[in-house]
Design a protein around this ligand. Structure first.
Ligand SMILES: Nc1nc2c(c(=O)[nH]1)N[C@@H](CNc1ccc(C(=O)N[C@@H](CCC(=O)N[C@@H](CCC(=O)N[C@@H](CCC(=O)O)C(=O)O)C(=O)O)C(=O)O)cc1)CN2
Ligand code: MET
Ligand SMILES: [Zn+2]
Length: 765
């Protein structure tokens, strides 16, 4: 389909944002080359401009004339907003050069720590957390959105600058280090609003006709103070004289209590997510009398998942919106940042399976088709609708989606299957006998540095330039290297280092029935780090053991225990695109059963310690409190189903990355693991205190140093961390480990840091 097949006035179609990685990961490669000193700032800028141009042209070729801009980023859109409002922290101001300062905030330097990074709502995207203080002031720097707007204009597009809105910006900010932790950044709203006002004024002078302010915090439960702040903000910005039209964009679910505020806001447009849980926005909208006098940007194409839309159903949905707003514009439910770029690149996929998917580029076509359907009438897109129905029918009827044996097995699971035979104290006694570990045992979280050489070997194997036996040989050599390194360092519980894994989710997905994986389906996780989330298309099972040979090989090299390393069922779900034709609880149970078999095989092969990583348990927590109990109940059951089949003397570990655990401490305890390691260094080990305060009964390994910084922590520093942890966790249950993510560091850093970690543990024993 091309735009020329529809002539006439511009289509009421848009998207809230578009992926910025570029084809072939061009931006990632350029930015990393710049960091390595292999690309000049000038050439980085040229690549950036070329990439933006390509996106604008792609949007236009799809038939969109109403397009976003300034959603492009060299690292993160929250960081870009921080720069826009001039909220650069004190410690980064001294860094000279705009680009250097920008990347110093993102990644730190030898001298200054970066901003903290955390999950963007319930996605696997991470943003940089603005740090604010009671005396923070703001000054406008409109250069980035202005550049992007002007570039679009040279291409004949009147683009819509996208900014993180003032309330979301303040809500996501946190008190700067050293500031009273109770300081609420929202109190800075009065300081911040003039900067947004000035931005709007300058945009107007520039000729900008629409500005998009993203306020996704409205899809979360918010205290009245935040809703009040939002009302204040939109009132101030809306009543400003001589400004562009304003689109208030919400996404990631239902808006509920903020909807009347959106209805009454003195702005011209509101974007609502109408997919998944966001579909409830339709009823809510009708209940508040719609958005009289406004444009509704209707998010009817799912920006969070990769399934081809049911166009007929979405057309029906659009029809029900008639009369609820002055004007309807068809859109994606959120920025397309969270889906891969283009499914047509996936030539390895079975053609029918590929036809079930819509990545960012295909979603543009869906948006445009739906817009044609509502303007020119469904009869003008009959052929496309018929083709779409065929695709959906092909998927429904496909044997790929359903495996009766898996369904039967899942149906027979009882609550008892998801419980270990004995309680922690009994198990701990058996494990102590078997493992015979010293006090304050030392270990790591699983991965060791993924060098370019390792990745290249994997790429060569995939391209057929390295045989499978040669590849295995290469990886085994790495395993041996990592085992010797850990023995030399004196660690107690070893790992094989995960060299054979491209990613902790994709690696398993490639071996499980029911998942498909992609070659080019990259999605930004943070900065220049990308993942290829697999897609769960059918019932999940495990044709054969996945990790046993690697773990057994590693164990054969040493007398110390080697930890088996698996990714848990909840994380497998959260970091994949899940099927939309059955409840996630059911999918989670299938994945859990497949992993349970792997756990059993590891145990049978003599593995005494098995770690099942669940870094995404917190991320999957629904944004709305009312949906949380249900999620936590199936999520913890899936984890226990994975791990509960083992003997008492097999020690089950889990690992979680840094997150706000407050709300899920009870669920973490309910996992009933023998040991949990958590990323903790950046939060100064407070997680250890929280866990013990909540009555956590078993082993805890709060990460004692921050892996995300190139700094090597000293022995004394680690001892101090451990002393602090010992105030909260009895010595008999404290483990000593770093935070996770060794795979992203290089070996020299890892060696020195771990040497100090072992020395610290030894001196405290
Ligand atoms: N899924 C997932 N989500 C997660 C994490 C995680 O580990 N996995 N960790 C947390 C933080 N997020 C992260 C996300 C990605 C990466 C990361 O390291 N990504 C790598 C890619 C990892 C990968 O898939 N590697 C493949 C492909 C590597 C590659 O680029 N190969 C080249 C060739 C290799 C070369 O010549 O250099 C090619 O195919 O062209 C492999 O090793 O096989 C990257 O962007 O650089 C790290 C942390 C939270 N979310
Ligand atoms: C994102 S959690 C990472 C856990 C994994 N075992 C690793 O060490 O990389
Ligand atoms: Zn982790």
């Amino acid at each position: 389909m091309t735009s020329t097949s529809f002539s006439g006035s511009p289509l009421p179609a848009t998207v809230l944002g578009y992926p910025r990685i570029g084809r072939d990961r061009a931006m990632k490669k350029a930015i990393e080359a710049y960091w390595r000193g292999e690309l000049s700032a000038y050439n980085l800028e040229r690549t950036l401009v070329a990439q933006r141009r390509e996106v604008f042209e792609t949007l236009r070729a799809a038939g969109l004339t109403d397009v976003p801009c300034s959603d492009f980023s060299l690292y993160d859109q929250v960081l870009d907003t921080l720069c826009l409002v001039g909220a650069v922290p004190e410690r980064h101001r001294a860094v000279t050069g705009d680009l250097e300062r920008y990347f110093a905030m993102a990644r730190g330097t030898a001298d200054v720590a970066p901003l903290e990074m955390t999950k963007w709502f319930d996605t696997n995207y991470h943003y940089l957390v603005p740090e604010l203080r009671p005396d923070s002031t703001f000054t406008l720097d409109l250069s980035k959105p202005r550049r992007e707007y002007q570039q679009a204009r040279t291409l004949g597009l009147a683009a819509r600058p996208v900014l993180v809105g003032p309330v979301t910006f303040l809500r996501l900010a946190k008190p700067a280090p050293g500031v009273d932790p109770d300081f609420d950044p929202m109190t800075l709203l009065e300081e911040l609003l003039p900067v947004y006002e000035q931005a709007l004024t300058e945009f107007a002078a520039e000729g900008v006709s629409w500005v998009q302010l993203d306020e996704p915090v409205l899809a979360q439960d918010q205290p009245p103070t935040v809703l009040d702040a939002f009302a204040t903000a939109v009132d101030r910005l809306g009543t400003l004289g001589d400004r562009p039209k304003l689109l208030l964009a919400t996404y990631f679910g239902v808006v509920r209590e903020a909807l009347p505020l959106l209805r009454d806001a003195p702005v011209e447009g509101v974007a609502l997510d109408l997919t998944g849980p966001g579909a409830a926005n339709v009823g809510e909208l009708a209940a508040v009398g719609g958005l009289p006098g406004k444009r509704l940007v209707a998010g009817v194409v799912d920006g969070r998942n990769v399934w081809a839309a049911d166009l007929r159903r979405q057309l029906g949905l659009l029809a029900t919106l008639h009369g609820l707003a002055d004007e309807i514009v068809v859109s994606s439910s959120c920025s397309l940042l969270h889906v891969p770029l283009d499914v047509s690149l996936e030539t390895d996929l079975a053609p029918d399976v590929r036809s079930w998917f819509a990545f960012a580029r295909q979603k543009l076509d869906e948006v445009v088709l739906l817009a044609r359907g509502i303007t020119a009438g469904p009869e003008t897109i009959t052929a496309e609708l018929a083709r779409n129905q065929q695709v959906l029918e092909n998927r429904r009827a496909s044997p790929v989606t359903s495996d009766p044996r898996v369904r039967e097995r899942a149906a027979q699971v009882s609550a008892a299957d998801a419980r270990r035979a004995h309680s922690y104290p009994e198990r701990a006694a058996r494990q102590a006998e078997r493992l015979n570990l010293p006090g304050l045992p030392t270990t790591t979280i699983g991965s060791f540095p993924q060098t370019r050489a390792l990745r290249r070997a994997r790429a060569n194997w995939r391209r057929g330039e390295l045989s499978r036996p040669d590849y295995v040989q290469r990886m085994r050599a790495e395993v041996e290297h990592v085992i010797r390194l850990q023995e030399t360092l004196g660690l107690d519980v070893l790992v094989h280092g995960e060299p054979e894994r491209n990613d902790m989710v994709q690696y398993f997905a490639e071996q499980l029935e029911g998942f498909v994986t992609t070659r080019h389906g990259w999605v930004q996780s943070y900065g220049t780090r990308y993942v290829r989330p697999p897609v769960i298309v059918g019932d999940v099972s495990r044709p054969e053991p996945m990790t046993v040979e690697w773990t057994s090989y590693a164990q054969s090299l040493t007398d110390r225990p080697v930890k088996g390393m698996l990714t848990g069922p909840v994380t497998m779900l959260c970091w994949s695109f899940v099927r939309d034709d059955q409840p996630p609880a059911q999918t989670a149970r299938q994945v859990a059963l497949a992993l349970r078999d792997e756990v059993a095989d590891l145990e049978a092969a003599g593995t005494a310690v098995i770690q099942v990583d669940e870094p995404a348990l917190r991320e999957g927590l629904p944004l709305r409190v009312s949906e949380r109990d249900d999620y936590l109940s199936w999520a913890t059951e899936a984890f226990r189903l994975t791990t509960s089949g083992v003997r008492d003397d097999t020690q089950v570990h889990t690992h979680m990355c840094y997150a706000e655990f407050g709300e899920i401490l009870a669920a973490v305890i309910d996992l009933d693991t023998d040991v949990i390691s958590m990323e903790a260094a950046r939060s100064h080990m407070s997680i250890a205190a929280d866990l013990s305060g909540a009555g956590y009964p078993s082993g805890v390994g709060p990460g004692v140093y921050d892996i995300h910084s190139p700094r090597v922590p000293g022995r004394e520093e680690i001892i101090e961390m451990l002393r602090w942890a010992l105030d909260h966790v009895p010595a008999g249950r404290l483990w000593v480990n770093p935070d996770c993510g060794l795979k992203t560091r290089d070996e020299t850093e890892v060696k020195s840091s771990l040497a100090n970690l072992v020395a610290a543990a030894e001196s405290l024993r």
